[in-house]
Design a protein around this ligand. Structure first.
Ligand SMILES: *Cc1c(COP(=O)(O)O)cnc(C)c1O
Length: 427
């Protein structure tokens, strides 16, 4: 966690100046808690290294799309990387500028493409020839030209979990590097298409710089080949995927990381005058918000089945899916440190009827029934992946700003879960 977001003061955990016990008292549990200062600091760590270097920092909003957070980032100058029409509507809802939006994703529908064209997004990151032809047809029917990049699959191994690795030939994302030049040549013949860039995104939770440099190297080689083919690019989109420290990972310093990539781009820019104005886009999600958020939960029961000890808490896999989906590790701390009982080895599990419903395993914690736990580094891919499985309303989201608790989203009501469902008429 970012220390701006979570500190222990007098044995009690605080987010900024607010005690987590006060948040639980005011809004109940489970609740997502985010720190404004931590989000702004994360953005600033990239923005300061990128300043004056021809960079657009887009926030990949699938990591956390609460409007309060999008608004904070937009105020700091972020653009957005979106993967659905729903996410595009969120940009509009905060008064964001579609001209600072890049549209990624392998399955864009007709309706999504039309809406994005009408609003004037900055770029479609195209993931297949079939998608290219569809975008071309829709753009022509609207009498427009669609700005596109081809998402190339640079075939680099990001050394991450198979479910969050996207840059290898074998997965569904992007167009194979060897094939990309031919797809660009085809794109150049299409009346409804305007080639503006090249795009790659090699995976997520990558904590080394080397895979990014490898991918950049391959992207620049392809840009050279396209230049030789008479295709001029206006931007290079290097994707997102920079990891954070959940446990013992040691991700690079953000400023140093960005500087290393941008220095390499500058060398490339310096070779020919027409490259000088080529913009660089990044699409970070996790690195901007993960460490700014936590999931606050209460212990309902302690349970012992002989072989293992369990803390059954009121949060579950439907609230925070990452452990069940990726066997992800999140830090867990007791909100108030206990000295009246010894720590014990236990699993933190939820009430959902699935064996996969665990949040943390094999932790050493001194807890009693009723205690609050903070599950850290939950600001990314937490609430956005939450579901209503087991008819569980999704958590409240509270954005802490200094000493102020801002309700970014109230807890969902049970009634809201089935308010639009209808039973068959009796006959
Ligand atoms: C998910 C995603 C991102 C953000 O990934 P992070 O690991 O959260 O930085 C960026 N670009 C694309 C295309 C994505 O799908």
């Amino acid at each position: 966690m970012n220390p701006l977001a979570l500190t222990r003061q007098h044995r009690e955990l605080h987010c900024e100046q607010v005690a987590l016990t006060a948040i639980a008292q005011a809004y109940g549990t489970p609740t997502y808690v985010y720190s404004r200062a931590a989000i702004e600091a994360a953005f600033a760590s990239f923005a300061s290294a990128a300043a004056g270097r021809g960079v657009l920092l887009c926030f990949a909003m699938k990591a956390n799309s609460n409007l309060a957070i999008l608004d904070l980032l937009a105020r700091q100058g972020a653009g957005f990387d979106i993967v659905s029409g729903g996410e595009l509507e969120r940009v509009l809802a905060i008064g964001g500028n579609p001209a600072r939006v890049v549209f990624s994703g392998v399955g864009k529908t007709h309706a999504e493409i039309r809406r994005a064209l009408e609003l004037g997004v900055k770029c479609f990151n195209v993931e297949s020839s079939a998608e290219l032809d569809r975008i071309d047809a829709i753009a022509r029917s609207l009498g427009r030209r669609a700005p596109i990049s081809i998402r190339v699959n640079p075939d680099v191994d990001a050394g991450t979990h198979p479910y969050i690795s996207t840059g290898l030939r074998e997965n569904k994302f992007g167009i194979a590097h060897d094939h990309a030049r031919a797809v660009y040549a085809h794109a150049a013949t299409l009346e409804g298409i305007e080639i503006v860039g090249i795009d790659c995104h090699i995976g997520s939770q990558i904590v080394e710089t080397a895979p990014f440099l490898d991918a950049l190297h391959r992207v620049l080689n392809l840009a050279d080949a396209l230049e030789a083919d008479g295709i001029a690019l206006r931007h290079l989109d290097l994707g997102g995927g920079l990891g954070i420290r959940y446990d013992t990972e040691t991700p690079p310093d953000r400023g140093a990381f960005l500087t290393q990539l941008l220095d390499r781009v500058d060398q490339w820019r310096a070779v020919k005058p027409q490259r000088a104005g080529v913009e660089v886009i990044f699409e970070f999600g996790r690195a901007l918000v993960a460490e700014a958020g936590l999931l606050l939960t209460r212990v309902e029961y302690l349970k012992d089945n002989g072989a293992r000890h369990f803390a059954v808490v009121d949060a579950a896999m439907n609230d925070l899916m990452r452990p069940a989906l990726y066997e992800a590790w999140h830090p867990v701390q007791t909100v108030i440190e206990r000295t009246d009982r010894p720590p014990q080895l236990l699993d933190v599990v939820g009430p959902v009827c699935e064996s996969g419903d665990w949040l943390a395993r094999g932790r050493t914690l001194a807890v009693a029934e009723g205690d609050l736990l903070a599950i850290g580094c939950a600001g990314a891919y937490g609430m956005t992946m939450a579901s209503n499985y087991n008819s569980r309303p999704r958590p409240a989201e509270i954005l802490i700003d200094g000493a102020h608790m801002h309700v970014a989203r109230p807890r969902e009501s049970v009634q809201a879960l089935f308010a639009t469902e209808q039973t068959l008429p009796l006959i």
